[in-house]
Design a protein around this ligand. Sequence first.
Ligand code: SF4
Length: 376
Amino acid sequence: MRPTGRLHLGNYMGALHNWVRLQHDYDCFFFIADLHALTTDYADPSRVQQNIFEIALDFLAAGLDPGRSVIFKQSDVKEHDRLLTLFGMFTPLGWLERVPTYKDQQAELTEKDLNTYGFLGYPLLQAADILLYKPDFVPVGADQVAHVELTREVARRFNSLYPGDFILSPEAAPWELPAILEKARKLAGEPPNSTRTDFSPGQLFAAAEQTRKLSPFGRRDILPEPNVLLTPSPKLPGLDGRKMSKSYNNTIALSESEDSIRAKLKVMVTDPARVRRDDPGNPDLCPVGDLHKVFSDADTIAKVYDGCTRASIGCIECKSWAADAIIRTIAPIQEHRRDLERRPSVVKDVLANGKERATKRAAETLAEVEHAIGLS
Ligand code: SF4
């Protein structure tokens, strides 16, 4: 998540809400992408530090748990920049130029000069961000799949240029042996507390294949291609009816006060067919209707459809129900946030611990990468 301001409801429903659930099933790494913030905000980075703090508060308040997941700040782990530099050596320019958001964002953010090396390269930085941690999955909404595809291409190119060592030499990848031995014990039907290590090369090979560390040629891909884990990203319109986004200045913050939420919703656009109170409308064509679908319960949604299509309710009333639902949904998060705000050292400690844990994993990968390239 880029630290360009407090998180808004679109960030929450499209990502954070899913991440909180995922950390119960996976070992997750979540980071605040301050280097990515600079790709668009390089001319005025004065808010970046404060925004990092705000986003860390939002992460923790929404339920990211530093006991389960690694939560860190991107620029704290220098391996990200180093891997980006190495990827830059072999990534064709055309791969970056054809990323859909490159041209779109340049067209949208016309007040900023995004004709820069850093902005063109941000998808490659994302590839480094991802591959350093060798993830099985990258949780994204449908609109981010193209970015993960680029990451997979970069991994493929790296692996074909710099094939890994043969896995069956234990010295080649000592850090992977524990996982492979554990799998070999399982395959051999050993009891759970077994410490057996005397497996045949064939048994080790089968175990290594199953832990997905081997290419079909018996080599270990140094950077396994990650898969997309498609997470629900419901349509969440901003106040002007376009996608909720800081760039459009149409957001409702996760930490927005109740009064401000109600005031903002009052001026939110509605179905243009409802010009007068007695004109019937259609919640499927109204951004407020979309908010109800995300935040309201089934009874309220039924009332909205009935009242809107028969013109028996006014938009002001309908918007106040939407505000009620949003406020109800985010109240526990805001409560938790207020508590954390009183203890700012918690954020500092979480990021320091995350830095240590992320660096350990990233340094392992970078060591392998540099060894394969011949830098060490
Ligand atoms: S009644 Fe509600 S759903 Fe219908 S147009 Fe007004 S705000 Fe939109």
